[in-house]
Write a protein that binds this ligand. Structure first.
Ligand code: CA
Length: 435
């Protein structure tokens, strides 16, 4: 397994001359995530790197001759697809240059004018997403949801043998902040005589991590598990908004469709796999009695260091709470360790039949839930299918109401390391269009 290594760019002692970066919860100099932004009052799309509460314009830095190597040929693009497609060595070379430019004073006078205040900029999707696939590796979530339907047999027999996934819809993935328009759809309550069409009543969120694909594989050429990391460019947060009432009526026999494809929200910054180097940890051992995965999914190095040390959180605020100046309520918190398959295993599985992945493709992990209720990654789990509402200031919730805002957050952490965050992944629910 080729995996990024810890180097001087992760040095906890390294500080930036961009003051807001030092101690920044998300974007200290040890992170340097990549994204696409428009400077104030323009709709031009440029590639940038987040540093504290500012963005370094990488197109301008390249034009100024401050960045060399293969990246300099692609940083003028309006998307990160070609940057993601660079090999790991070239991405690392870029990271080392950015870390140096923003930490030592040598080029400060040239670099400082190329910084923008993030608050003045618009952030976009980082890539033109060719394909989006959502997996189902959060085993606690699979058990919780399975229990609602099959109390005695929550996991189907294939779950521990094959990473379950489905092809999602790339066209409706949006960056954080995009409105969440409540979908209309066809539903049928179990006791109703006939289906009806109208606004979804059981609108939910799903807390997931996203995996951005780097270099692709040719059609017909699988990705060996030992090489899986070479094909990952970075990570983001992903909210797979879900209409549970549409889902229950439409999902058999072919799986999720209109219940899921009306919107998926991602955090706009790509936390590169190189930035994540200190935060790869051992995968939790499989419980006694679980089947050994087939050889194509098994690699000792992947088991030893293919899991992610990331803490995840979800907050909710209603329109009433925001108007009253009340802080959001935390719905859940828990570690990403509750993934039954590693990101390497899902990449390898996806390509195992020869399916080709391309730079800028997006894979979702599936909802990540911790074992206890305060770590559940969706409302259908927290409220047990709507049977057990949660209290929030000024009311209660089973599913999302118009005006509700959901914010996901993530922090990678490891002993002795500067922790890094993923930035914002939020959306506010808007009323459904009239039918
Ligand atoms: Ca999902």
């Amino acid at each position: 397994m080729t995996r990024p290594t810890v180097d001087e760019t992760h040095d906890p002692a390294r500080l930036s001359w961009v003051e807001s970066a030092n101690g920044h919860p998300d974007f200290p100099i040890q992170n340097l995530p990549l994204g696409v932004f428009s400077p104030v009052d323009t709709d031009e799309r440029r590639i940038g790197a987040a540093i504290g509460d500012r963005i370094l314009d990488l197109r301008a830095a390249t034009v100024a001759g401050l960045i060399e190597g293969a990246a300099s040929a692609v940083l003028g693009d309006a998307t990160l697809n070609r940057t993601m497609g660079l090999g790991a060595a070239e991405r690392l070379h870029l990271r080392r240059q950015l870390s140096k430019l923003l930490s030592d004073d040598t080029h400060r006078s040239q670099v400082e004018p190329l910084l923008h205040d993030t608050a003045d900029c618009t952030l976009h999707l980082p890539a033109a997403i060719g394909d989006y696939t959502d997996f189902y590796v959060g085993i606690r979530h699979a058990e919780n949801v399975g229990k609602l339907f099959r109390p005695d047999n929550p996991l189907l027999p294939n779950y521990k043998h094959v990473p379950i996934g489905y092809h999602g819809r790339a066209s409706s993935v949006r960056a954080s902040g995009a409105p969440v328009i409540r979908p209309n759809g066809q539903t049928k309550a179990p006791d109703a005589e006939a289906p009806s069409f109208g606004p979804a009543k059981r609108l939910d969120y799903e807390l997931e991590l996203g995996v951005w694909i780097g270099p692709g594989n040719d059609l017909g050429q699988p990705i060996p598990i030992e090489r899986a990391m070479d094909h990952i460019a970075g990570f983001c947060l992903l909210n797979d908004w879900s209409a549970r009432d549409l889902q229950a009526w439409e999902y058999q026999p072919l799986g999720p469709f209109l219940a899921k494809n009306f919107l998926s929200t991602v955090s706009p910054w790509v936390v590169t796999i190189e930035a994540m180097a200190p935060f790869f940890v051992a995968q939790d051992p499989r419980p006694e009695g679980d089947p050994q995965p087939l050889p194509y999914l098994w690699d000792e190095d992947d088991q030893a260091s293919g899991a992610l040390s990331i803490e995840l959180e979800v907050h909710l605020s209603s329109a009433q709470m925001r108007e009253g100046g009340q802080a959001p309520v935390r719905l859940s918190h828990g570690p990403a360790a509750n993934m039954y398959w590693t990101v390497g295993q899902i990449v390898t599985h996806h390509a195992s039949n020869g399916c080709n992945l391309n730079p800028g493709d997006l894979l979702g992990t599936g909802t990540i839930s911790a074992p206890e209720r305060d770590g559940f990654g969706s409302l259908i789990e927290i409220t047990r299918g709507g049977a057990d509402p949660i209290r929030i200031p000024g009311g209660e919730r089973t599913f999302l109401q118009d005006g509700d805002e959901i914010a996901l957050s993530a922090r990678a952490q490891a002993p002795g390391r500067v922790s890094i965050g993923f930035g914002s992944c939020r959306g506010i629910v808007q009323p459904a269009p009239a039918v």
